[in-house]
Design a protein around this ligand. Structure first.
Ligand code: WT7
Length: 634
């Protein structure tokens, strides 16, 4: 394993080298891995097309680096530690050797189902070990995984399966989540009615709930597993072959499939994992994210396994059986590194300290935060009550598109400042620009956050639509990657992320496009038009506020609201349900027909005293109407 950065001075040196000689720098980081054939060229790039390639000509398989590479040195060490939903159900653990065998076995199952290198496989599963095994089994044979968070609806799942033309779907009968047992297979059944590309559906038996069965298409995981051996040579892959697609929301209505490729993603996730968390051999590391999001891909599976870590997976929710569950698990497994989202911290903080004080948290060394800006109150509570003022908090800023952590303290090395993501990782060259794209130099400035040089795990394209990738990320400011975030660089050169500057809202760390939610609401037959904005929400960070114009003959507004919630749940999933729905007569539009969202945001925030200039509106009267019907901001 290669060296970690161990001091602030070493960080600065490493950072400078990464800027002065990025190719030499990343080649050095890449050499520790097992390459079947070394690369011919480290980097080729331009941000115009865009065209970014790392480790060109290199051949490898990422699972040889996650698994085979460790067998000799740590074959009997726990790779995955799994904690089930119920406290009285025994957990599971898989050593590196066992995980290797399971991955090879399931890779053979996929092959037996005709899955070949380059084919897309959709994973729609709860947080069970088979999900991690499936991800790695795809990578073993060079199939492209597309994990869809199991909270998405049948219709959202079908869209994602169809966009990727997935050949197989991997799922489970059901999902234990808190008090509930949630159907999973039936969602897949419904989705597959709209999909023609899928020939096999392989089902893990988890809840033993009864499921419908389509013979010839549906297969039980445990039965298929018995038919194959645990020997499966890793497919030889090119460094720039696709590793996975992960769908994420943007400012337009349709989610896009962010594409990551093998070599660069491998090098960057391992490097960032080890350095940000300062992982040491023997540490128990726990990231509470779901594998359905990028955090789970990079920092439950790939980064930790590449680094030979012990990584924990939790099936349940933070409040079941009660709000002490996270801390009970920390005590039980003597967790050393704990990585979660601000929304979870705020939710648990609201339950009070009694749930924390019951448990021994002395094993904790490092705390992490991800997904949304962390407010000062939550930061301090986390620092004081969970970390007992002795654990650094790494506030890690990054995105689905960046593949790995971009701006973050290195645990115990970078001096902290609450609510600041602090400094860029080596290899990351951030830049702040004003609305015209002019660079804001020096410190004490605020602007839009861009990155001016490629790092190894930058997205390569959006699946099936390269032009969309160019448009979304590389056209706002020429020759720069635009993140969509606003950011401040303070007097010390520290970065603080201020939140999205586009039409994306961040609800409990989940990214939602306003247009996507509007499209879903508009599917209700009584809705004529809608506009959605985010507003500050105490627990979720941002809540969803929908303004809706409905047909004149609608008399029962409460019934309509309930039905709209049902429609959104059906089209996207429960995570996209508006927190507030205000029925309005009209929307504030300019003469050219554009909705003035600025005004709606003010109303949603409960700040109607100063709505700014409304004289350019087509019908200024609608504003008074909206103001008088505004829903309280409580
Ligand atoms: C957006 C990306 C990165 C994994 C989870 C979310 C926001 C993310 C932070 C942070 C402030 C953050 C940004 C970003 N965000 N981390 N530490 N501080 N904001 O991935 O769904 O792709 O969302 O999440 O607005 O653009 P994602």
């Amino acid at each position: 394993m290669s060296e970690r950065i161990k001091s602030l001075e070493a960080y600065h040196q490493e950072y400078e080298r990464s800027v002065a000689d990025p190719e030499g720098f990343w080649a050095d980081k890449a050499r520790q891995f097992q390459w079947q054939k070394p690369w011919d060229q480290v980097l080729q790039w331009n941000f115009r097309d865009p065209d970014v390639k790392w480790f060109l000509g290199g051949k490898l398989n990422i699972t040889e680096n996650c698994l085979d590479r460790h067998l000799e040195t740590r074959g009997d060490q726990t790779a995955i530690l799994w904690e089930p939903n119920e406290t009285d159900e025994p957990g599971k653990s898989l050593t590196y050797r066992e995980l290797h065998a399971e991955v090879c076995r399931f890779a053979n199952v996929l092959k037996a189902h005709g899955i070949e290198k380059g084919d897309r496989v959709c994973l729609y599963m709860p947080m069970i070990p088979e999900l991690a095994i499936s991800v790695l089994a795809c990578a073993r044979i060079g199939a492209v995984h597309s994990v869809v968070f199991a909270g998405f609806s049948a219709s959202a799942l079908a869209d994602r399966i169809n966009d990727a033309s997935a050949k197989a779907v991997l799922t489970s009968d059901g999902n234990f989540r808190g008090k509930k047992s949630i159907p999973v297979k039936s969602v897949v059944d419904e989705a597959l009615q709209q999909c023609t590309s899928v020939s096999s559906c392989i089902v893990v038996q988890r809840t033993k709930d009864e499921v419908d069965w389509t013979p010839g298409r549906d297969f039980w995981w445990h039965e298929e597993r018995e038919k194959v051996t645990a020997d499966c040579a890793a497919e030889t892959m090119d460094a720039e072959d696709m590793l996975f697609i992960l769908y994420t929301s943007g400012s337009t209505g349709k989610p896009k499939g962010v594409v990551h490729t093998i070599g660069g993603y491998m090098v960057y996730t391992e490097y960032s994992f080890r350095n940000v968390f300062q992982y040491e051999d023997g540490d128990i590391y726990w990231c509470t994210a779901d594998i359905g999001w990028i955090t789970g891909h990079s920092y439950i599976i790939y980064g930790p396994l590449l680094a030979g870590a012990t990584t924990m997976m939790f099936e349940g929710v933070p409040t079941y059986p009660d709000a002490g569950r996270f801390w009970q698990i920390v005590e039980k497994h003597r967790v050393n590194i704990f990585y979660t989202a601000p929304t979870a911290i705020r939710a648990l903080q609201a339950f009070g300290e009694a749930y924390v004080e019951k448990y021994d948290l002395s094993s904790l060394k490092t705390l992490g935060s991800v997904g949304e800006p962390i407010n000062k109150e939550a930061w301090e509570w986390y620092y004081e009550h969970i970390g007992k003022k002795k654990c650094p908090i790494v506030d890690t800023w990054w995105q689905t598109e960046t593949g790995g952590i971009m701006i973050s303290p290195l645990a115990g090395i970078t001096p902290l400042k609450p609510t600041y993501a602090t400094l860029p990782l080596p290899g990351v060259q951030p830049m702040l620009v004003d609305a015209e794209g002019k660079e804001l130099t020096g410190n004490g400035v605020e602007g839009n956050l861009c990155i001016k040089f490629p790092w190894p795990s930058i997205l390569r394209t959006t699946y099936g639509d390269h032009e969309r990738c160019r448009q979304t990320y590389f056209s706002t400011y020429p020759d720069m990657y635009f993140t969509g975030d606003g950011c401040r660089r303070d007097e010390d050169g520290y970065y603080r992320i201020l939140g999205r500057v586009d039409d994306v809202i961040n609800v409990s760390g989940h990214r939602m496009g306003t247009a996507e939610v509007e499209n879903a609401i508009n599917e209700h037959p009584d809705v004529i038009e809608s506009a959605v904005v985010g507003y500050p929400h105490e627990i979720k960070g941002q809540g969803i506020y929908a303004f809706v114009i409905c047909e004149e003959d609608v008399t029962d507004e409460e019934k309509l609201r309930q039905e709209i919630l049902g429609t959104v749940t059906k089209v996207i999933g429960p995570i996209a349900k508006p927190d507030k729905i205000q029925v309005v007569r009209g929307l504030p539009k300019t003469r050219s027909g554009k909705i003035m969202r600025r005004i709606l945001r003010k109303v949603a925030e409960g700040d109607v005293s100063n709505l700014g200039d409304t004289s350019t509106l087509l019908d200024p009267g609608v504003v008074e109407d909206i103001k008088s019907g505004a829903l309280s901001s409580a």
